[in-house]
Write a protein that binds this ligand. Structure first.
Ligand SMILES: [Zn+2]
Ligand SMILES: [Zn+2]
Length: 314
């Protein structure tokens, strides 16, 4: 019975991993990979690179090197954690939203706002993205500043080459923290809007996902984890994090350490004094530094080393 259950969970995990390229809610959805490829071609043309485009994109090391294989292993392993531990928690988001709404109705009566359903929908669509983005920045900020969390976040930074799947190279502990954060933020924001809109909320969507997320994913989100140096206009990099700015975040140079921690918006980094713009950095080497990279050369080391280091410290 136990083995049967385990096999079921493994089957669901493999199915979940493979579904990433066919789900519009995932960054590596085939359409976003394709739009990123077009943007990469634009960068290639603009940069006057001498090698053929295919060699520029499909470098063996980037897609099949040791670092990339560890990324794929994390996609699979984290899907296992999602099926096993996170999926059962997702319902709590709506539960929490309903409770918040009920609590507010009970204590303050029905909200009698004279806002049109359209303005509430637009506001909800914006709010959920901005609040989520801020929460993700704060979590990331602590991942870098709190030594115990940094040990686990190092796994994401131990990638010595970046490809779109590096997005999923995170330690399971970070995965759980990020998902709990997502459930909490979605629950609270949806609860407040359920109340404000008398339980009639809706979201502006495209392909079933928040339209703002679609725009972000369609316009090159995948290039963040890549060697394609897509930069924005200087003024725009104060508002939105460009792919190259996230690549700077992956630099092993101490000066770039703990900078550009925003996900979509750069304003949080600007406010916290951690923003670096593309024009300030000419060359990047990805990873944690030669010495430390040696501790993360296999999937197993990435999974276990953070615990071992903690145990040593304790
Ligand atoms: Zn980081
Ligand atoms: Zn990253």
């Amino acid at each position: 019975m136990l083995i049967e259950n385990l096999l079921d969970i493994i089957y669901e995990s493999v199915k979940l991993s493979l579904s990433y390229v066919t789900s519009p809610g995932k960054r590596v959805y085939i359409l976003y990979l394709f739009s990123s490829l077009l943007l990469a071609y634009f960068v290639y043309k603009k940069s006057n690179i001498k090698i053929p485009f295919t060699s520029y994109i499909f470098k063996h090391k980037v897609w099949l090197g040791r670092s990339a294989i560890i990324d794929y292993a994390f996609v699979l392993f984290n899907s296992f954690i999602k099926v096993l531990l996170i999926a059962p928690l997702l319902v709590y988001s709506l539960d929490m939203a309903q409770h918040i709404n009920d609590y507010m109705v009970h204590n303050y009566g029905r909200a009698n706002l004279n806002w049109s359903p359209t303005s509430l929908t637009v506001l909800y669509t914006f709010t959920i993205v901005v609040v989520n983005d801020f929460a993700s920045f704060i979590t990331h900020y602590f991942m870098h500043r709190v030594p115990f969390l940094w040990e686990f976040h190092k796994v994401h930074h131990s990638a010595t080459v970046l490809n779109p799947f590096t997005q999923y190279r995170i330690h399971p502990l970070e995965l759980i923290i990020n998902n709990l954060r997502g459930i909490f933020i979605k629950g609270v924001a949806t609860g407040v809007f359920l109340y404000l809109a008398n339980e009639q909320i809706s979201l502006i969507t495209f392909l079933g996902i928040n339209i703002l997320n679609f725009i972000f994913l369609f316009f090159g989100a995948n290039l963040r984890h890549s060697h394609i140096k897509l930069k924005y206009f200087n003024f725009l990099e104060y508002i939105f994090i460009s792919p190259y700015q996230h690549q700077i975040h992956h630099s092993n140079d101490k000066e770039h350490h703990s900078t550009n921690m925003g996900s979509r918006l750069a304003i949080w980094d600007y406010l916290f004094g951690t923003l670096i713009r593309s024009k300030e950095v000419k060359k990047i080497t990805f990873g944690l530094g030669k010495q430390e990279d040696r501790s993360f050369t296999t999937f197993w080391k990435n999974l276990v080393n953070p615990f071992l280091r903690l145990a040593k410290v304790v």
